[in-house]
Ligand binder design. Structure first.
Ligand code: IDP
Ligand code: MG
Length: 138
């Protein structure tokens, strides 16, 4: 069984899309094994997105990600890293496939509702960034 980190970003929470996103996971055979709501500091957002520190959008992205509450979840299913990326759609909502979360709800390449780990290595780093071993449902 594979695990991945999902985040409902500040735009998703403030626009009332938490239930909508979770419904899509539940309807696609994905189990939530840990979940919390929190607001990241700027520094926590910089640490989370450290791989992007040299990108031109890094400062704006970390401002946005620390601007309000997020919902962080650990998802579990077979092949869930890829499955979640498929449900999310492409980074740029204009290029995202029909019926994906980003195509249906995103308004901006940055404010694109959800985050999802993109590989087993990043999933491990990102899950451990938010959750400790006592916070999982068996
Ligand atoms: P991903 O979220 O689809 O994995 P990444 O390339 O890892 O996309 O970028 C991380 C986040 O940075 C994106 O979800 C988006 O919020 C933001 N982002 C990516 N590319 C751009 C850009 O060209 N301009 C502004 N923000 C961007
Ligand atoms: Mg990414």
């Amino acid at each position: 069984m594979e695990r991945t980190l999902s985040i409902i970003k500040p735009d998703g929470v403030s626009r009332g899309l938490v239930g909508e996103v979770i419904k899509r996971f539940e309807q696609n055979g994905i189990r939530i094994v840990a979940m919390k709501m929190l607001q990241m500091s700027k520094q926590q957002a910089q640490g989370f997105y450290a791989v992007h520190r040299d990108r031109p959008f890094f400062d704006s992205l970390t401002d946005f990600m620390s601007s309000g509450p997020i919902v962080a979840m650990v998802l579990e299913a077979e092949g869930v890293i890829g499955k979640n990326r498929t449900l999310m759609g492409a980074t740029d909502y204009k290029e995202a496939a029909e019926g994906t979360i980003r195509r249906d709800f995103a308004t901006d390449i940055e404010k694109n509702i959800v985050h999802g780990s993109d590989s087993p290595e990043t999933a491990e780093f990102e899950i451990n960034y938010f959750f400790n071993k006592f916070e999982f449902i068996n």
